[in-house]
Design a protein around this ligand. Structure first.
Ligand SMILES: Cc1cc2nc3c(=O)[nH]c(=O)nc-3n(C[C@H](O)[C@H](O)[C@H](O)COP(=O)(O)O)c2cc1C
Length: 196
């Protein structure tokens, strides 16, 4: 089993990466492969509402590695998305990517296990966490929980590691995500409901 983690921060090794890494370390301990894919530093265009993807042509933008990245998402058993909090919301680059990746997913993320993490200096982390979860819910993904909303505090790179409660939440999230992934695999004989 494999979890693909998307880092929506422009800082490759910043707090969002450390939050994702904390979850991934637990997943790896539970025998689940992980990959952290950094997208937050890239120039990613937003959705143009051309409906090329809805018409079966895929996303009309040919920028960067969009196709390779979305194919990796669709192939994974679980998706973990991390964002820094920018004005109480996800980073602009991450939004540009997620709008296109989810709009063109056409059911390929349905019933996969999903989770999100957000890191803020002070405020706006819960709305950011909620924002990411909207992509999961409308795609009929199964969201892994923790003992609190999956948020932590930090400003400078590395600060998040000093937020003991935040790190505990991320570790617990990793355990619950691993458990859901194993349950999903063990239940593969049970037919999922038909999509309406
Ligand atoms: C453009 C910008 C907007 C930000 N907005 C907020 C905010 O609304 N609330 C907050 O608590 N922190 C805010 N921050 C601080 C970041 O969320 C914080 O530094 C976070 O740890 C960055 O994660 P990173 O190290 O992965 O980049 C903002 C930072 C930037 C650069």
């Amino acid at each position: 089993m494999q979890v693909l983690a998307l880092n929506g921060s422009p800082r490759a090794q910043g707090n969002t990466h450390l939050a994702l890494r904390t979850v991934c370390e637990v997943l790896e301990k539970e025998g689940i492969q992980t990959e952290i894919m950094h997208i937050g530093h890239e120039a990613i265009r937003g959705c143009m509402a051309c409906f090329s993807c809805a018409n079966g042509q895929g996303c009309a933008h040919a920028d960067g590695d969009f196709r390779a990245r979305t194919n990796a998402m669709y192939a994974a058993d679980g998706i973990l998305i991390g964002s820094p909090v920018y004005y109480s919301a996800i980073s602009g680059t991450l939004k540009s990517f997620l709008d296109r990746a989810f709009f063109s997913s056409k059911g390929r993320l349905r019933h996969k296990i999903a989770a999100s993490v957000a890191v803020a200096r002070r405020a706006g982390a819960v709305s950011t966490f909620d924002q990411i979860n909207h992509y999961f819910l409308i795609s009929e993904m199964v969201i892994a929980p923790a003992q609190y909303w999956n948020v932590a505090r930090g400003l400078a790179v590395g600060d998040v590691l000093s937020d003991a409660e935040g790190i505990s939440i991320f570790r617990n999230l990793g355990k619950n995500m691993a458990w859901l992934l194993k349950m999903r695999e063990a239940a593969s004989a049970i037919r999922p409901p038909e999509a309406e």
